[in-house]
Write a protein that binds this ligand. Structure first.
Ligand SMILES: [Mn+2]
Length: 432
């Protein structure tokens, strides 16, 4: 269907999600169209709300592509008279698509889209047969964005990895998994590494510098500039802190040095998305470097500095303890956008206890934005934060939901204490 419209010289309308996965998804489709000599028009949105569908339905395009979103809205999208492709991996609605709508979603084949295929992956499946295996790596950038790589890729992601290796531009090798090995001084590379977290070092520039000094390694130059023996010393020492710090690294050697590592590419897109700089993210993924990339790296730097401040804050203050949950509360403007990451990494970096879910609360005028994070261990014991936050917030006129391990909600400010006590009760019941 996509090919037909490119041949007809139609301008193709893309609508995608605003996170790293959604931006990569738009990138996969847009690059494929561009390579075939076609044209497109992209809009990036935080959510596919009814008014977004209403607005685009007034436009006169022959083909609409919704990526990393749309599966929950098949009923509304069926009303579009033009051709439609939905390439998503979220839970689909029950509605059958009409003849002019192609619906690509792993759940339709009994495959768990939260773990084995991303929105960028579904989008890749749309273009794969147009001889586009060299775009497989972009699908995996999206999978990294949605945290689908716990040690290794599984399911369809694994097949996409094979495609990329076959195409010859994607390589897999074992290496140290610290961030920005080429452009940041080593002590920052270590302190900025979130996945896997390095307890005692993640978020702690001071500790990281101290450890390197003790080892007699120059902390002020980048990892890649170290002597080989120094690299080995650093590796051995970090493996003692967390063995997972040495493992599979996915890279595109022909890429610009700062985009070579797929996980890092994904974190740069994420930084653009969080700052609503969608145009910047798209120009990078469409191949523009130099200025756009400099801008994006600045955003990433600022984001990492904010996170470091957040980690300092929780190291200093700790979390407030209730029976079955612990919580963080802040009225700081910077912290509100990073609360979920601080809560999650706070546990994995052992800055906070990982025995109870962490609930981050940020005040926004008369409301409170809630971000909850649990661990795989807590989920295995029965915790479902998506359900707990949905049930607790609705009691106070708020709303919430998400995954079992990570979820969010919005509640009125005055309900704060009662909400926390109810949530504590719900989580206690889940753990029974
Ligand atoms: Mn996604």
């Amino acid at each position: 269907m996509l090919k037909k419209h490119i041949e007809n010289e139609d301008i193709i309308r893309l609508i995608s999600h605003n996170d790293a996965d959604g931006l990569s998804a738009a990138g996969v489709i847009a690059n494929a169209i561009k390579e075939e000599g076609g044209q497109f028009h992209i809009t990036i949105v935080p959510r596919l709300k009814p008014d977004v569908i209403r607005d685009v339905s007034k436009e006169k395009y022959e083909l609409y592509v919704f990526s990393d979103m749309g599966s929950a809205c098949i009923k509304q999208l069926n009303r579009l008279k033009s051709d439609v492709i939905v390439a998503d991996h979220h839970q689909p609605s029950e509605h059958e698509p009409k003849d002019n709508l192609i619906h690509v979603n792993p759940h339709l084949f009994g495959i768990d889209g939260s773990r084995h295929l991303s929105g960028a992956g579904s989008s890749y499946l749309v273009v794969r047969n147009m001889n586009k295996k060299h775009l497989a790596y972009m699908a995996l950038i999206g999978a990294f964005g949605d945290m689908q790589c716990a040690n290794r890729f599984t399911g369809i992601n694994q097949l996409i990895l094979k495609d990329g290796q076959e195409a010859g531009n994607l390589e897999l090798h074992e290496d140290l998994k610290i961030v920005s090995k080429a452009q940041e001084p080593l002590y920052k590379s270590i302190a900025y590494t979130l996945n896997p977290a390095l307890p005692g070092l993640t978020g702690r520039l001071d500790n990281s510098q101290e450890l390197l000094e003790k080892m007699g390694v120059s902390y002020g130059i980048s990892f890649l500039d170290l002597e080989d023996e120094e690299k080995d010393v650093v590796k051995d020492e970090l493996v003692k802190v967390n063995p997972q710090i040495f493992g599979d690294v996915y890279s595109v050697p022909s890429e610009h040095p700062v985009l070579r590592d797929l996980e890092e590419y994904s974190s740069i897109l994420d930084a653009c998305g969080k700052n609503k700089e969608y145009g910047l993210a798209l120009s990078i993924i469409l191949g523009e470097r130099e200025k756009s990339l400099d801008e994006a790296l600045k955003l990433q730097k600022r984001y990492r500095e904010d996170l470091t401040k957040g980690f300092e804050w929780i190291s200093r203050e700790g979390a407030q303890q209730l029976g079955s949950i612990q919580y963080l509360y802040s009225e700081d403007k910077v912290l509100k956008s990073i609360m979920g990451t601080i809560a999650g990494v706070g546990m994995s970096a052992k800055i906070l206890s990982d025995e109870k879910p962490v609930i981050g609360l940020s005040r926004l005028h008369n409301d409170i934005k809630v971000s909850g994070r649990a661990t795989r261990f807590l989920v295995a014991r029965g915790v479902n934060l998506g359900k707990a936050l949905a049930d607790a917030s609705v009691n106070f006129g708020g709303q919430g939901g998400g995954h079992d391990i990570a979820a969010g909600a919005m509640i009125p400010y005055e309900a704060k204490d009662n909400f926390l006590h109810l949530l504590d009760q719900i989580v206690e019941d889940q753990l029974q």
